[in-house]
Design a protein around this ligand. Sequence first.
Ligand code: ADP
Length: 192
Amino acid sequence: MPMERGKFIVFEGLDGSGKTTQAGLLARFFEFQGRGVVSTKEPTEESDAGKIIKKILVREETRSPKEFQELFAEDRKAHLNAVILPALEAGKIVISDRYFLSSIAFGSIGCDFEWLIGLNSGFPNPDITFILNVSPEHCIERIYAHKRDIKLFERPEALKKAWETYQKLPGRFPNVHIIDGERPIDPIFEEI
Ligand code: ADP
């Protein structure tokens, strides 16, 4: 019998929205069931494009907004081929912290929405995507409370634009669910 293809599950939302927390809980949930899980995230630091993205995020290099988004798409293509598709073919559950909806939400800070959708149109849709909906103000509070690095995307006005764009995405792509992320960790996980 051919091996069943795995499932591709994506968490989206602003930094501080709880993606890492919920992705970790979901990975453990499946592992307890004896399922093979691959946890991953974007942008990667493995591809050439991913290495440039990291330098741009720490402001060691600059690119135009469009060039920046093209780098994310290049990194995503490499990530799909190196990690995501092989794991799915091996029957694993792949849980990714960010995928192409991040490019559309954060890219909309400096690029046209439809151009971003076009740039990302060749990527396969996940089986399910959860957008953890936490307001920019609450994300900033959480990030400061835990003294995490403030990177390029975390300026308040930029976060607000990305947050607004996320709200538009469930209507444009299949199986995208907005989850109220402003509740305690357990009820959010129950719903997921
Ligand atoms: P992300 O991966 O989206 O940046 P994290 O999962 O790292 O978010 O969470 C950011 C911070 O908020 C962490 O310190 C985490 O413990 C905390 N956190 C996560 N989920 C919740 C929640 N539902 N309520 C309050 N704090 C949370």
